[in-house]
Each structure stands twice: as structure tokens, then as C-alpha cells.
Design a protein around this ligand. Structure first.
Ligand code: GLC
Length: 479
């Protein structure tokens, strides 16, 4: 039996702010389902929100004292099994008993503590990992510590490390003083972690890990280019031989229109007409004009610039010239939130803006709207275009990252959406116009909805790709 330990800052169902939690919450199960020779467990911080919701179900496994530079810190270890996966939680009230999981002045120190704990609690675990698989900058230090503080000292030399980049924009950058004072890493290793004058954790993990993955093949090529790499292109090119892209899947049981309890009418690709009941409920619920013939376009997204929000705002009034209504669901930059609220006031009965993160509501929107707009400037993978497609809400996307890998244009035989090439609002608008036009041809549009719903976005193939990579790594050292 081969053992993999995922270390991650957020994970469904315990705590989530975005796609990272969805992947961490579904990939371990998928890997074990496709190969019973693998056991995948997950370790994460015990945030206040988790303690409140799951406190009574947690089992205390033990405690440890963590040395982080000059600090000696308490670390409790808890465990809980959920849907066949074992989860471990690192407890320290000072760092994790807070309202939000990110955005604190000492995030560098908090995740350094978590990362150090991941390695130092290993003796308390029943299953010793053959591989530690970490995700994004918050856990990059696990791979760095493992290499610099342990392997170089002859400890844990058998453990392989993998780092997955979910979004290269977030790099964990800090002033140089943090290296010795907080991370407890000797200055002699500065070269490993420094990049453009800062300590850069993603750079450090790229150098220190045995394998780097990103969440789509296209994105793994894009991040070698300056317009996508947010400054890291040089280090990506230098390490390209150990970087691969594996497309994310979605949890097709959780996102299943035929059994989903949170939507009005259940349907599958043979009962597409039932979507109209969802559309009607949505229109009534959101105080939009009730009509089957108006094309309902939805946007479910973090309201951040890399999601292409500027393109949407740039052409908003022109989009509204068509017979459409628009639903916006998401939180993010204050400026964008206010602009979309303004649009809802400007177009009563035609635009609905919901500034919140709500999974049930998102499923109602996917199941009742006709088109899904996602014109991202950068999109490492993107999950919502796949969820939309599964719910028969046809995606309009820009050809970047995972959007390029998952959505094919209507003009192709197996087209499951509408795709435009450049980050350009005129191109986006003309794709929207084309899509709305196809929508008006009822039978043609129905065929497209059916094709979109029938694409396989499960983890099936991708979990096998991860396993193949794990096997390769372990074979190299004869485990
Ligand atoms: C990040 C990326 C998104 C990806 C998700 C899960 O949130 O921005 O594209 O789908 O991680 O990997």
C-alpha cells in the first residue's frame, strides 16, 4: 500500500473559499477509487470554523512542540474520518482561532507553523507517507522544510514531495528577514528561496520539490510566458522538465442535476425541457421578468480582475441590447461589487446581483440559466465552466488555461460552448451575440445543451494521471 499525504490550507466540506478546497475535497477520494493500492490522507489547520462545526467529531491523537526559528509552539493533532478519507487537523488557537482563514498580518508565520507541524507530527500518524503532496503557497514550506531542514540532514530522505500550483498569482512573497527569524532557515539557503529581491515560497517549492503539477496542461505551458507567470517565468522554464499539467475534475456526485436536492426540478440530458422549471423558479426568485424566450446569462465568479470582470463591465450596456437578462453571483473587489449592484439598479427586472458565496444558490443558477459567461484573463483550471456544462448552462469562455482544455467552440463537431481567443471585450461581445443567436434557435440550442451535459468532467482520467506520476516517482527510488 502506497501512502500519500495531502497538505492544504482549505478543503471541502470543512472550510472553503474557492476551487482549491473543491479539489482537495474530491481528488483524494478519486485517487483511492481508481487504485486501491493507494491511501490518500489530508492534513489541514484546525480553523475556528471547523472546530465550531465538527468539534464533537474530532478525535485527539496527541500533541507536539514545534520549533519555528526561536519559537517553541504548542501543536495539537486531531483526526476525523469523512466519506472514507482520513483528515488530520493541526491545532493552535493563537494562529487558527480567527474569523477568516487568510488575510492576517502574520499569514507567513501562520502557514510556516502549519507547514513545520505537518512534518513534525509525522511520528504521531499511523500511516507514514511515501509522498507528501502540497498545494499553493500556504503549504509550499512543507516541501522547502522537508528538503532543507530534514533531507539535507539525512531525515525523511525516502519521502517524495509534490507541489501543485493552483494559481501562480499567489506566491507567498516576504522580506528577506523572514527567512531566519520566522522560518528558521539558515541564510546559507537564501539562494534557494530568493527571487527578485524577495523570499518567494512558490519559487522555493518549485526548486525543492521532486515534481510540480499545475491544474491544466494548457496552463502548464502558459506559465512559461511572462504574461501569465506573474514574474516566475524564468524559474518555470528552468524547471520545465519536472512540471506537468493535469486537468482538474469535478465531483460528479455532488454536482449531479438528476439527484441534486438544492434545485427545483431534477433533469438529465434526456429531459432537458425540465430545466425550464428551474429557469422559471430562478426568474421569480430573483425578481426577473418571467419568460422562456429571454436568454438568461449567468456569471458565478470571484469578482477579481483575472476573472475578466473588466471585459464584462466594459461591454455591459451593449450585452443588454440583446433580449437577455443577467445574473451575477460572487464576492470580491469592492469596486466590482459596487459596479454590478449599480447595473442591477439600472436594469430592474433584467439584472440581478448577489454579492455572496453560496453553493446551493449557485446550483440553482447553473440549472436555470442558459449561458454561463467566464471570460478570464488567466484561468489555471476553472471549475465553474465544467459545473455549468454539467447542468446544461452553456459556457462562453476565453481560450486560456483550463478553459481552453475543457470547452470547445460551437463551430467544432463536439462543441460544448462558445470560445473566443483574445482578452478583448469586442471579441467577447461578438461571441455573446453569437451565443444568444443560437439560443433563439430552440432545437439547435437544445442539441448544444445536450452535448454540453454529456461531456465527462469526472476525475476518472486525471486521477489515473496522478497515480502514474506517483508511481514514477516512487519507482525512481525503488519503493
Ligand atoms: C484556483 C484557480 C482555478 C482552479 C482552482 C482549483 O482557484 O484560480 O482556476 O480551478 O484553483 O485548482
Amino acid at each position: 500500500m502506497k501512502k500519500v499525504l495531502f497538505a492544504v490550507a482549505e478543503c471541502q466540506p470543512f472550510i472553503a473559499t474557492g476551487g482549491l478546497a473543491e479539489v482537495a475535497g474530491s481528488l483524494p477520494k478519486a485517487i483511492m477509487a481508481s487504485n486501491t493500492n493507494y491511501k490518500v490522507e489530508v492534513i489541514m489547520p484546525l480553523y475556528r470554523g471547523i472546530l465550531e462545526k465538527y468539534g464533537s467529531k474530532l478525535k485527539f491523537l496527541g500533541k507536539s512542540q514545534i520549533q519555528l526559528a526561536w519559537r517553541k509552539l504548542y501543536c495539537g493533532l486531531f483526526q476525523m474520518a469523512y466519506e472514507g478519507v482520513t483528515y488530520y487537523f493541526i491545532d493552535n488557537k493563537y494562529y487558527f482561532d480567527r474569523d477568516n482563514i487568510y488575510g492576517h498580518y502574520d499569514d507567513g508565520e501562520r502557514f510556516a507553523f502549519f507547514s513545520k507541524s505537518v512534518i513534525d507530527v509525522l511520528p504521531l500518524l499511523k500511516n507514514q507517507p511515501d509522498i507528501i503532496h502540497t498545494h499553493d503557497w500556504h503549504t509550499a514550506l512543507v516541501n522547502i522544510f522537508l528538503d532543507v531542514l530534514y533531507k539535507k540532514e539525512g531525515k525523511y530522505t525516502n519521502i517524495k514531495s509534490i507541489f501543485t500550483i493552483h494559481n501562480i498569482e499567489y506566491q507567498g512573497r516576504f522580506g528577506v528577514h523572514i527567512l531566519e527569524d520566522v522560518f528558521g532557515i539558515s541564510k546559507k539557503y537564501t539562494d534557494l528561496l530568493i527571487y527578485n529581491g524577495d523570499i518567494n515560497l512558490v519559487k522555493g517549492a518549485i526548486v525543492c520539490s521532486d515534481l510540480i503539477t499545475t491544474v491544466s496542461p494548457r496552463y502548464s505551458r502558459e506559465i512559461a510566458l511572462s504574461q501569465y507567470a506573474c514574474g516566475l517565468e524564468y524559474i518555470i522554464r528552468l524547471n520545465s522538465s519536472k512540471i506537468i499539467g493535469i486537468i482538474n475534475g469535478i465531483n460528479i456526485d455532488f454536482y449531479n442535476p438528476i439527484s441534486d436536492q438544492s434545485i427545483n426540478a431534477n433533469f438529465d440530458s434526456n429531459t432537458i425541457d425540465k430545466r425550464m422549471e428551474n429557469k422559471k423558479a430562478l426568474q421569480i426568485g430573483l425578481d426577473l421578468e418571467v419568460s422562456e424566450d429571454i436568454c438568461t446569462i449567468s456569471i458565478i465568479s470571484r469578482l477579481a480582475s483575472h476573472k475578466g470582470i473588466d471585459l464584462i463591465l466594459d461591454k455591459f450596456h451593449e450585452i443588454m441590447l440583446d433580449n437577455v437578462q443577467v445574473i451575477i453571483l460572487g464576492k470580491g473587489d469592492y469596486y466590482y461589487e459596487q459596479r454590478f449592484l449599480e447595473m442591477a439598479r439600472f436594469y430592474p427586472k433584467r439584472v440581478s446581483t448577489l454579492i455572496t458565496y453560496d453553493i446551493d444558490l449557485s446550483k440553482q443558477i447553473y440549472s436555470g440559466s442558459d449561458l454561463f459567461l467566464m471570460p478570464s484573463k488567466m484561468e489555471p483550471c476553472g471549475l465553474s465552466q465544467m459545473i455549468a456544462s454539467r447542468y446544461g448552462c452553456v459556457p462562453i469562455v476565453r481560450a486560456t488555461g483550463g478553459l481552453y482544455d475543457t470547452i470547445k467552440d460551437y463551430s467544432e463537431i463536439d462543441g460544448n460552448g462558445f470560445v473566443f481567443k483574445d482578452y478583448d471585450s469586442a471579441q467577447m461581445l461578438s461571441k455573446i451575440n453569437e451565443a444568444v443567436n443560437v439560443f433563439s434557435k430552440k432545437e439547435e440550442f437544445k442539441k448544444l445543451v445536450k452535448r454540453a451535459m454529456e461531456v465527462d468532467f469526472s476525475w476518472g482520467r486525471s486521477s489515473k494521471e496522478y497515480i502514474a506520476k506517483y508511481n514514477e516517482l516512487l519507482k525512481k527510488q525503488g519503493v
